[in-house]
Design a protein. Structure first.
Length: 314
């Protein structure tokens, strides 16, 4: 018995050490990436000037022109449009699977949606390049199917597994008493789901949206294959071949000189800042929601109500 106890203690200490080393490795990997980006990217931003780098419209690193504004705007357009499309379709899919889909096929559809996450991004890019782009080339006024709309559609499909799975789990986490109580008060099924259950699961849905935005901002290969290219310009139409921050890095990193590579890494610093701002905003909003709930629970009852209760009790 003593030997068994000692063995269990040794095993616990060993697993604690493994978990500690794993967490340290994760933190060190993140710090190394941040240090690398700052060391290689910040000098180019300083050379151009922060204002000129962020709002300049000429991106020609070989000529010492580092205006990343067209790349930033292209990333914002693609991220916003793909997130809007993906969240709309994904949220309605999660609601359908939650209460409106026959139970026999719920798991089948969930597995099919989850399989989308296992498809490599280059396959999405090939599908967009060989299927979506030719279709849009027939209907676009410029006769080119590449551009913001093509990239956004492909990217929205890639976001579906994240949105559907997290939103659905958030809906399942809402107590079923909410659903039964709303029906008992006279609400129909649609009103109960959209006005009671979905608002109750808003924190999980918001988390899905934030994770989708992070995925959309950082996606590279699929976007680079269908968004076009050429000289970076500020986009002004859906079927315009433009660059995003990620596609610009992917297209120029293979044969870049040291100066050009430093400029590309500086755009990686912008991506890192975007991701940091998104995560920080999500954390602040989530903490504010938790504080509001806590304050509502701890809010003291008015003296008039207490007196009324006391009078009724008397």
């Amino acid at each position: 018995m003593i030997k068994l106890y000692k063995f269990i203690r040794v095993r616990e200490k060993l697993m604690k050490a493994v978990f500690l080393l794993s967490s340290i490795f994760s933190v060190l990997a993140l710090l190394l990436i941040i240090v690398f980006l700052l060391i290689r990217g910040v000098p180019k931003i300083a050379e151009a000037g922060l204002f000129n780098f962020l709002f300049g419209r000429d991106w020609h690193p070989a000529n010492k022109q580092y205006g990343a504004f067209p790349l930033i705007v292209g990333s914002i357009y693609v991220t916003a449009m793909s997130t809007a499309i993906g969240v709309s379709i994904g949220l309605f899919t999660a609601v359908f699977l939650y209460k409106f889909c026959p139970k026999k096929i719920v798991n089948v559809i969930r597995q099919m949606v989850n399989l989308l996450a296992g498809i490599p991004s280059v396959i999405y890019g090939l599908f967009g390049l060989l299927v979506i782009v030719p279709v849009f080339a027939r209907v676009s006024p410029t006769a080119y199917g590449e551009g913001i709309l093509s990239a956004s559609l492909i990217l929205s499909v890639m976001l579906l597994p994240t949105i559907v799975s997290i939103s659905l789990e958030s809906l399942y986490a809402v107590p079923n008493e909410y659903y039964e109580g709303a029906l008992a008060l006279g609400a129909n099924k649609e009103q109960t789901v959209f006005k009671v259950m979905l608002p109750a699961a808003k924190s999980g849905v918001f988390a899905a949206v934030v994770l989708s935005i992070g995925r959309a901002v950082g996606e590279t290969m699929a976007v680079a294959m269908v968004i076009g290219g050429g000289t970076p310009e500020v986009p002004n139409r859906l079927f315009q071949a433009v660059h995003t921050l990620t596609s610009n890095i992917a297209s120029g990193a293979l044969d870049a000189t040291d100066d050009v590579l430093g400029a590309l890494i500086s755009t990686g610093v912008i991506l890192m800042v975007f991701t940091l701002l998104i995560n920080t905003a999500f954390s602040l909003i989530q903490n504010a929601g938790k504080r509001d709930k806590k304050n509502k629970k701890e809010k003291p009852r008015p003296a008039a109500e207490e007196g009324a209760d006391g009078g009724q009790a008397g």
